[in-house]
Design a protein around this ligand. Structure first.
Ligand SMILES: *Cc1c(COP(=O)(O)O)cnc(C)c1O
Length: 429
C-alpha cells in the first residue's frame, strides 16, 4: 500500500468528524456512510487527497434522504407523467406537511371517538360536484375502475366500445385491468364508430355495466363517433364513465374534455377520474356517483387494499378548497405574459453571451388529457446540446428538444422559478 493510501482516514473516523454530525442527524448514518465509502474510493484512486475526504463527503452529500429531486419542468407539457404529473399547490404541500405527524384523519377530537376517515377531503369533493350523491377516493383511477369491476361485474360482462380499449401508459391497458378483476369484456362497435344499438344489442342478463373510457391520450378524427352519455345511461344497466383527466366541471379552455358533473347529469351511475391530472392534486382515484352504489364500492373488501393515505387526503382537500394549483395556473397563463417572460429571459441570457432567442411555442396538456390541443406559448430557444447539460444541472431543468433546438417553454414554469431557471442556464454556460 502506498503512503497516500495508508493516509486515507477510516470510515468510522470520518463518520465521527464533527463537520458531518448535522448530516448524520438529518440524513441518517447509513446514507452518509455510503457517501463516505465513495469518497474513500475516490481517494484510493488518487482523485481526492486523503486529507480532503471529509470535504469531498460534504460536497457529495444529497440535500435530502430521498433520491427524488425537484425539477424545473420547461417541457411545455402541463401534466407530464414522467415528471410526476401534477405539482401540488403550496396549500396542498403545506397540508401534507401538517398531516405527516399524528393527525385526526380518522378521529373526532370533540368526542374522542373514531370518525369517518378523510371526511374533510370527501366533504370538499362532494361539495365540488353537487351532482354526485356520494363520493369515494382510492389510490388512482385504475384502482377506481378495478373497484367498479369487482363490485358491479364480478364474473360478468362489461360492455365497452372497441374504440375505447385504451392503453394508459407503460404497457398498462384498461381492458386487461378489467379482466384481471374477473370481469369479461363484451366489445361492441368498431375502432372509429360505435352506435347506441351496438350497446343495446349486447346488453343482457350477463351485463354488469356499460363502460365509457375517455380516449385521453390519443384522438380519432374523421369518420368517427360514439353515442352521448345520456343515450347510454338509458339502457337499463349502470353506466360507468371514466373521464380520465379529473375535470369536475366543464373547463372553458378545454371544451372537448369530459367532466364529472356533465357525465353525472347525463345519467352516469358512477364517474371515475384521476386526482393528479387536470384537477392538479395528488395521485388519487375519484369515484363519484349514486349514493347506494358508492356505498357498495366503499364497503367492498378490496376497497381497503386500494385506500389512500392521510397525506393524499390532506393534499386532495387543500387542492379542492385552496387557491388554483399549478396545473390550473399553467393552463390559464396569458400568452402575452409568457412572451414577455421569454423575451426577458432570452435578453438576459444573450447579455451573458448565451446563444438564446425567444420564440413562439406550442405547449400541450399532456398524457393527462386533451390530446391534440395546442396551448399557445412562448419559449427560450437554445442550441440542442444544452438539453443534456441542463438536465444535469442543479436544479435539473428539463426542456423540449424540437427541430435541433432545446426549447425552454415557460407555460409550465412557475413565474417564481424564472430566476432559478436563469441561474441554472447561466451555470451551464
Ligand atoms: C390516466 C387515465 C387512467 C389511469 O389513471 P391513473 O390515475 O393513472 O390510474 C385511466 N383512464 C383514463 C381515461 C385515463 O386518462
Amino acid at each position: 500500500m502506498t503512503d497516500a493510501r495508508r493516509a486515507i482516514p477510516r470510515t468510522d473516523l470520518v463518520l465521527a468528524d464533527p463537520r458531518l454530525a448535522p448530516a448524520v442527524a438529518a440524513l441518517g448514518r447509513s446514507l452518509v456512510k455510503d457517501v463516505v465509502v465513495r469518497a474513500q474510493q475516490r481517494a484510493r484512486e488518487g482523485l481526492v487527497a486523503p486529507a480532503g475526504v471529509v470535504d469531498a463527503v460534504l460536497a457529495a452529500l444529497p440535500a435530502r434522504a430521498s433520491s427524488l429531486r425537484p425539477v424545473i419542468n420547461a417541457t411545455g407539457v402541463v401534466v407530464h407523467t414522467n415528471l410526476g404529473r401534477a405539482p401540488l399547490s403550496e396549500a396542498a404541500a403545506a397540508a401534507v406537511a401538517d398531516a405527516t405527524g399524528w393527525t385526526d384523519v380518522e378521529f373526532d377530537l370533540r368526542t374522542g371517538k373514531r370518525a369517518r376517515r378523510g371526511r374533510g377531503a370527501l366533504t370538499a369533493l362532494a361539495a365540488a360536484v353537487p351532482a354526485a350523491g356520494d363520493v369515494h377516493v382510492v389510490n388512482n383511477n385504475a384502482a377506481a375502475l378495478l373497484l367498479c369491476a369487482l363490485v358491479l361485474a364480478p364474473g360478468r360482462e362489461i360492455v365497452i366500445s372497441r374504440g375505447e380499449l385504451v392503453e394508459i401508459g407503460d404497457g398498462f391497458r384498461i381492458p386487461d385491468l378489467l379482466t384481471s378483476a374477473g370481469s369479461r369484456l363484451r366489445e361492441v362497435g368498431t375502432t372509429n364508430r360505435t352506435h347506441p344499438r351496438d350497446y343495446a344489442e349486447a346488453i343482457g342478463p350477463e351485463t354488469g355495466f356499460v363502460l365509457r373510457v375517455h380516449p385521453s391520450n390519443f384522438r380519432v378524427t374523421g369518420f368517427a363517433g360514439t353515442p352521448d352519455d345520456a343515450e347510454l345511461a338509458g339502457l337499463g344497466v349502470p353506466l360507468v364513465v371514466d373521464v380520465g383527466s379529473g375535470l369536475l366541471a366543464p373547463h372553458p379552455l378545454l371544451p372537448d374534455e369530459p367532466d364529472a358533473t356533465s357525465a353525472l347529469r347525463a345519467g352516469a351511475a358512477v364517474v371515475t377520474a384521476s386526482g393528479d391530472k387536470l384537477l392538479g392534486g395528488p395521485q388519487a382515484g375519484l369515484l363519484l356517483g349514486a349514493a347506494e352504489l358508492v356505498h357498495r364500492l366503499r364497503r367492498h373488501p378490496a376497497a381497503r387494499a386500494l385506500r389512500v393515505d392521510k397525506l393524499t387526503l390532506a393534499a386532495l382537500e387543500a387542492t379542492l378548497l385552496g387557491p388554483p394549483p399549478p396545473v390550473a395556473r399553467a393552463l390559464a397563463a396569458d400568452v402575452a405574459d409568457l412572451r414577455a417572460r421569454a423575451g426577458e429571459l432570452a435578453g438576459r441570457l444573450v447579455a451573458a453571451g448565451v446563444d438564446a432567442v425567444a420564440v413562439p411555442s406550442a405547449a400541450a396538456v399532456g398524457g393527462g388529457g386533451a390530446p391534440g390541443v395546442e396551448l399557445p406559448s412562448a419559449a427560450v430557444s437554445l442550441p440542442e446540446r444544452w438539453a443534456s447539460a441542463l438536465r444535469a444541472g442543479r436544479p435539473p431543468v428539463v426542456g423540449r428538444v424540437e427541430r435541433g433546438r432545446c426549447l425552454l417553454d415557460l407555460r409550465t414554469v412557475d413565474p417564481a422559478d424564472d430566476g432559478p431557471l436563469r441561474e441554472a442556464v447561466l451555470r451551464c454556460g
